[in-house]
Design a protein around this ligand. Sequence first.
Ligand code: UT7
Length: 328
Amino acid sequence: MPATVPHAALLGLGVDRGKRVVPNSEVIEAIDSSDEWIQQRSGIKERRWVGPGQTLETMALAASQRALESADIAAQQLDAVLVATCTHTMQTPALAAKLAHQLGTEGPVAFDISAACAGFSHALGLATDMIRGGTARHVLVVGAELLSAMTSRTDRGTAFIFGDGAGAVVVGPSEVPGIGPVVWGSDGEQYDAIRQSTDWRDVLASESPVMPYIQMDGSTVFRWASFEMAKVAQQTLDRSGLTVDDLDLFIPHQANMRIIDAMARAIKLPDHVRIARDIAEQGNTSAASVPLALARMYEEGTARSGDLALMIAFGAGLSYAAQVVRVP
Ligand code: UT7
């Protein structure tokens, strides 16, 4: 086993987005909606869905290979591969096991995490503790989702929201803190506020089975996210011994532009902190949304290596996880 180390840090990032750009005009007809309503209520202008040749697996693999390359770490150096996803349609084996094999790793621990939109941030919390606890030295953390396959084109509350993509980071040992303490938890009283529409057993029992889709009590989740997650964001800063003034970047889960703005107002984010707004062009990609949002900030020149970022993710469960990180 690797020796224990004082801290963990992000060493590299890689992403892969769905190639097909799907404008609001393509989704509105089936749900009696409008481009204006969708933009006003969610901030989404278009979303990315998989294009020809892309699958959940190809996106997870491409993002992972790019993360390893950017971290300058070989697949053989990975001690663990953690994949957060809620759209891997094989109950078993875990996507992580196949991904680890495809990457050419040498027998790392590999398992999936089911924490929906908060899955990437849960996996990052786990990876940090594994490295600091000495059970792994290099961990690949992946968030990957193919939500277009689990979206009802006629469900008014969700048909316009979701996107496809994958994001991965390599986490490794560090002499200085690179990932702060995770603040995480769940509110089981609202466990079904976001859910798969039909249990697989009921799908199979049906005379005309259809693919289940993600359903959501949108306004319930909206209220919970806007108020409770701002408190979690503040707790995360407090536990890290930081204030909003210390931050360079705010990278919340890309669920709704109004939730992002409400959280920023509630924690009194100063003007100098750049806010991730990937949702406008990517849609909500659940477990992939935080790393995809960071990638766009690099692409647009709003994030620089070494910036201090507050990351916070929330979703089905209702579950949440947040931490402050130095971006790679
Ligand atoms: O990623 C996991 C976490 N997810 C989230 O955090 C998502 C949280 N929820 C949301 O983002 C928002 O609730 C939505 C974007 C899903 C919906 O926005 P909303 O402001 O909460 O809308 P609403 O459901 O309260 O509906 C408001 C109005 C209603 O009409 P009336 O009763 O005011 O006349 C709805 O019938 O908007 C109507 N409406 C629509 N109109 C056009 C609902 N859906 C649509 C639609 N297009 N797609």
